[in-house]
Design a binder for this molecule. Structure first.
Ligand code: NAD
Length: 501
């Protein structure tokens, strides 16, 4: 029997009933997956099963791709004018706005993030992103290109076709919007896979996609596991483009599968180990506030988290004292409590992974300055943790931990910090704190990263491109740059001079 999620929220911050189907969403309809099996969705506050959703397998990928291809050939793609696509996208954003609290509650329940942050960040950004790309839908234009007087040449920015999109669990709804926004605006049809750990908000949005009036098959959603559904999507011969957000390890596999199958276009948004640089002349209070946000926001589960904090020698002691006080003041607790600032890590796997990094830091000789332990008896909370006395080659300095764990490192001057900050395989983001504009811009231009924040950190906007240098990825989400990844450029050449050969 097809799965659905019925739940009554009775929390201080949100009260209300939800009831929606949780099958695979193909051709505008929910159904069981071909295998008839399910995936349990776990509450990270206590490790108990919240509900279960249909488990898609490769047979469902084939079905979803066929539906997407049919929609592309008949009701979407070149058959759907941009103004029509934009109208439906605006309607979807409207419906998400109407259901904002319900979606935030589902995100908090499923991911363990606080309801307040889900409202302020995830929902606001997701809705803004769909609206932003809706505005692009009727502005996808090519160019007229001058050559000789005998020729008219122009380009068309056509949709690519059926695109596959696979995302991580840390910002399910936000990542959904970053992916489907530009894809729909450009006229592509979609087979989308959320993380098997956090499928609930994506499935709720599936119902809203139908309600908004999107033709069946334009967006198809498969809740399945990476090694089955993810592999089948990245290897599929009829998926023309694959957009992936996740770890660098899996991103590499996706690219390999694309190369081995139909050479599909690939964009990758991968991991990070972002440097956050604080100079002696920074506004200390401002820098401490943002630095704590940089590591601890979303429980450290942010790809761009500023986890390597470089502090200039003159303010090192004072900064560390203030950052420690800030870390200790963070209130851990129930994601739905009024005063909670940090919920649990998303899963037992992630909890174990983060704790093993904390152990590795200790065993490699770094000092836990604050935190470093589990919080609470059940669920997956970890104390905000700061390491000092690190060495450049340590795992906690080089590898992405993806938890509330940062390292604070002293530096002497600009040259010293640039060398250390760029000493990583990642290049997703960076931040610099100083009152000296020239110094800020000098660092901003010399850091090898896709985003550099000056005097703040971890802020993303639908309008601004986001993506990585080096092994943090290929391509950009958001902004006009994302649009470029969802069109195929066709050049049309006309012999207007009737030139003969
Ligand atoms: P992950 O790589 O384990 O999984 C990401 C997605 O890939 C999931 O949907 C998963 O099911 C799927 N997957 C797993 N194995 C697969 C395979 N063999 N083939 C195809 N798909 C497969 O990552 P995660 O643990 O879900 O997320 C954390 C990672 O995501 C971190 O590294 C983080 O930095 C990164 N991330 C990056 C960005 C960005 O914009 N750069 C944003 C969010 C998260």
């Amino acid at each position: 029997m097809m799965t659905s999620f019925v739940h009554e929220f009775d929390t201080p911050l949100f009260k209300g009933k939800v009831n929606f189907p949780t099958g695979v969403y193909i051709d505008g309809k929910f159904s069981d997956g071909a295998s008839q099996t399910t995936i349990d969705v776990i509450d990270p506050t206590n490790g108990k099963v919240i509900t279960s959703v249909s488990e898609a397998t490769s047979a469902d990928v084939d079905r979803a791709v066929s539906a997407a291809q049919k929609a592309f050939d008949t009701v979407w793609g070149l058959n759907a004018p941009g103004s029509y696509r934009g109208k439906l996208m605006h309607r979807l954003a409207e419906l998400m706005d109407e259901k904002k609290e319900e979606l935030a509650a589902l995100e908090a329940l499923d991911v363990g993030k606080t309801f307040k942050w889900a409202m302020d960040a995830d929902l606001n950004i997701a809705i803004e992103t769909i609206r932003y790309f809706a505005g692009w839908a009727d502005k996808i234009q090519g160019k007229v290109i001058e050559t000789t007087t005998d020729k008219l040449a122009y380009t068309r920015h056509e949709p690519i076709g059926v695109v596959g999109q696979i995302v991580a669990w840390n910002f399910p709804l936000l990542l959904l919007s970053w992916k489907i926004g530009p894809a729909l605006a450009c006229g592509n049809t979609i087979v989308f896979k959320p993380s098997e750990f956090t499928p609930l908000t994506t499935l709720r949005v599936a119902s809203l996609i139908t309600e908004a009036g999107f033709p069946p098959g334009v967006v198809n959603i498969l809740t399945g596991r990476g090694p089955t559904v993810g592999e089948a999507m990245s290897s599929h011969m009829k998926i023309e483009k694959l957009a992936f957000t996740g770890s660098t390890l899996v991103g590499r596999k996706v690219m390999e599968n694309a190369a081995k199958s139909n050479l599909k276009d690939v964009t990758l948004e991968l991991g990070g180990k972002s440097p956050n640089i604080i100079f002696d002349d920074a506004d200390l209070e401002l820098a401490v506030g943002w630095s704590a946000h940089g590591i601890f926001w979303n429980h450290g589960q942010a790809c761009c988290a500023g986890t390597r904090i470089f502090v200039q020698a003159g303010i090192y002691d004072e900064f560390l004292k203030m950052l420690t006080a800030k870390a200790k003041s963070i209130k851990l607790g129930d994601p739905f409590a009024e005063d909670s600032q940090q919920g649990p890590q998303v899963s037992k796997q992630q909890f174990d992974r983060v704790m093993s990094y904390i152990d590795s830091g200790k065993s490699q000789g770094a000092t836990v300055h604050t935190g470093g332990a589990r919080y609470g008896e059940e669920g997956y909370w970890i104390e905000p943790t700061i390491f000092v006395d690190t060495k450049p080659g340590m795992k906690i300095v080089q590898e992405e931990i993806f938890g509330p764990v940062g390292v604070v490192i002293k530096f002497e001057d600009e040259e010293d910090v640039l060398r250390q900050a760029n000493d990583t395989m990642y290049g997703l983001a960076a931040a610099v704190f100083t009152k000296d504009v020239s110094k800020a811009l000098s660092i901003a231009h010399k850091i090898r990263a896709g985003t550099v924040w000056v005097n703040h950190v971890n802020q993303v906007h639908a309008q601004i491109p986001f993506g990585g240098f080096k092994q943090s990825g290929i391509g950009r989400d958001c902004g006009e740059y994302a649009i470029q990844h969802y069109t195929a450029v066709k050049a049309v050449q006309i012999n207007i001079g009737n030139v003969r050969i």
